[in-house]
Design a protein around this ligand. Structure first.
Ligand code: PLP
Length: 457
């Protein structure tokens, strides 16, 4: 099919409001690319150029682009029934809820569906607060999240976590009762810890301190990603999650694990909580559950929480029109089947660990690459102007823009952010030879930026 790229780009710049993007800047950089096809980790634009999407959409394309079976499953469901009359259910949505109950750890057995991660987390917060009410603890309304975390862009969850480069001043005032704890990122530990273990312990202790300072009777829940992507694949040392679970239990605080990125195999286990053998009270999932073929998310609650919502005057008053959509559910079920049959979770563990080794070799030869971290296929490169001090590049150097340009020049689609990070979350179907190809392109791009930094400094 022929496309008029110039016309499409002009229309996009005039009428389309893109994610986190300034259309006047895009006009200068000949963006946006207009993508029309994809297969595996590659996509093709309207001019016939092929690109490697090294971040798999938004770390969300688990099985890769272009899977006919998912399109077929959605089509079959659409022909059968596209939506549901009120107070009815349908086989695909029911089967997906059953599948999640089978797959999720412990007694996380009841799913409220959503159209994405933000809605899933909004749902989790509502369930958590309503749960405390039903337990007779109405004063427990405060939510603890961690700095540098991200839980979504909608009105409530927007205020969880934080990101240095994304101030929220435009949307103030902030709601009351959101508390912030440190991120257990050993490479840049807020406490200046000298080991990952010390960092994890101090960060978990700080959550306990916060609960005590605020008084446990006011604290509803802690929400955290098992591995946060905002600060660049922040894998906490093994102490952290069991400590967090124990602290929450000690003070009657609910633990919400945001597995929106980590869920469905990204870290080499089906759910990242499994790395530490803990079961949260509520787990949220989205991206990998449907590999972004259709919008789909869920908040999955434990049996003991769910049972508080049955009986007179107890139901959860909560609805999203498109939540539990049968077509998304059918696509999600097919996606999960592919993940299982093709052993993509295992692939994420094995090829992810190979990828990390290659990146660590790259670090050894590249002064500006300060840290390589992550688990499975959730990896991150943390760049520094000075390895010793871990100082970041001056804003005027425009590190992220430079790296993004070098990557694009080599056919790699990935976005460096925060002036020092590059997240790599490719589709879970990536092979070793594709890793070799990507590593070589990364090497060239990083060396080019390193060279210009050397010349400047
Ligand atoms: C950990 C995490 N939670 C929640 C969200 C929000 O998900 P969505 O963009 O589908 O609303 C994201 C999105 O990137 C995320 O990374």
């Amino acid at each position: 099919m022929n496309y008029d790229t110039d016309q499409l780009r002009k229309w996009a710049l005039k009428h389309l409001w893109m994610h986190n993007a300034d259309w006047s800047e895009m006009a200068q950089t000949e963006e946006p690319l207009i993508i029309v096809e994809g297969s595996g980790l590659r996509v093709r634009d309207t001019n016939g150029n092929t690109w490697i999407d090294i971040n798999g959409g938004y770390a969300s394309v688990a099985v890769g682009y272009g899977r006919q079976e998912i399109a077929d499953a959605a089509y079959r469901q659409m022909k059968q029934i596209t939506y549901f009359p009120q107070r009815t259910a349908n086989p695909s949505t029911i089967q997906l809820a059953v599948r999640l109950a089978e797959l999720a750890p412990g007694d996380l057995n009841r799913s409220f569906f959503a159209s994405g991660g933000s809605e899933a987390n909004e749902t989790a917060l509502k369930i958590a607060r309503a749960c405390q009410h039903r337990r007779g603890a109405s004063g427990r309304y405060k939510i603890i999240s961690r700095r540098d975390s991200y839980h979504g862009g909608t009105g409530g969850v927007l205020w969880l976590g934080s990101a240095a480069g994304s101030p929220r001043t435009d949307y103030e005032p902030s709601p009351p009762g959101i508390l912030y704890a440190p991120q257990p990122l050993a490479y840049r530990c807020e406490f200046g810890s000298t080991s990952p273990s010390q960092c994890a312990t101090r960060c978990a202790d700080e959550i306990e301190r916060l609960i005590l300072e605020e008084h446990p009777d006011t604290v509803c829940a802690v929400i955290a990603e098992p591995i946060a992507s905002g600060p660049g694949a922040a894998v906490p040392s093994d102490e952290y999650w069991p400590m967090l679970r124990a602290i929450c239990d000690r003070y009657g605080v609910l633990l919400i694990a945001d597995e929106v990125i980590t869920g469905f195999g990204r870290t080499g286990k089906l759910f990242a909580c499994e790395h530490w053998g803990i079961v949260p009270d509520i787990m949220t999932v989205a991206k990998g559950m449907c590999s972004s073929y259709l919008p789909l998310g869920a908040a999955i609650a434990s049996e003991s929480i769910a049972e508080l919502f049955a009986g007179e005057n107890r139901m959860l008053r909560h609805v999203f029109t498109f939540a539990g959509h049968p077509v998304a559910a059918a696509a999600g079920l097919q996606n999960i089947d592919i993940l299982t049959k093709e052993q993509l979770v295992q692939n994420a563990a094995e090829v992810g660990s190979y990828f990390k080794e290659q990146l660590q070799e790259l670090r050894a030869e590249t002064a500006i690459l300060g840290d390589v971290r992550g688990l499975g296929l959730m990896l991150s490169l943390d760049f520094v102007a000075d390895r010793q001090t871990k100082a970041q590049f001056p804003k005027s150097f425009g590190f992220s823009e430079r790296l993004n340009t070098q990557l694009k020049n080599r056919g790699l689609l990935a976005r460096s952010h925060a002036n020092h990070l590059l997240n790599l979350s490719p589709p879970l179907c990536i092979t070793r030879s594709e890793v070799d190809e990507v590593t070589e392109l990364l090497r060239q791009a990083i060396h080019a930026v390193g060279k210009s930094w050397k010349e400047k400094s």
